[in-house]
Design a protein around this ligand. Sequence first.
Ligand code: SF4
Ligand code: SF4
Length: 174
Amino acid sequence: MVKMYGKGLWQGLAVTWRNLTRRSVTAGYPDVEPELPPRSRGVIALQEENCTSCMLCARECPSWCITIDSHKEVIPAPTEGGRDRSQNVLDRFDIDYSICMYCSICIEVCPFDALHWSPEFAYAEGDLKDLTHDMNRLRTWMDTVPPPQALDPGADQGKELQAYELTRATEEGL
Ligand code: SF4
Ligand code: SF4
């Protein structure tokens, strides 16, 4: 059998040549913004008005990175003889992104559509402590949440979409 000297070298050079002529797949971030799909899991936004402090998201979160505090408030009955109602009022809603796995479980389990994905991702910090976003900061991400996908032709408009449009119209003072 004839031994071919330098075969490995030629194979290596062939790989180098192939990759030299191939289009680059890397992006020059932060100079060049990446083009991400609109439904990328960037950051979780909180729609505070929808949250009932039911704690489902905090209990189901596998990383235990959601902290919620709330208190009860009594709403007097609107008419005489009616019953007073009580409702939870949110005092604190924090997400610690230094341990979040971006698994989306909190968003899936929320029964009231209070949590949404925003594609924003540029919130790196120099200190781990600053990766905990409080409810005010989580609220600001709502402005970057893409609108829900279009329904099939002929389908009824879902309750979520109605609530979304109502919130946007209220915020924009329409
Ligand atoms: S995405 Fe997953 S890990 Fe992150 S807060 Fe939600 S449930 Fe927790
Ligand atoms: S599951 Fe939804 S409604 Fe319940 S505490 Fe979490 S965000 Fe609020």
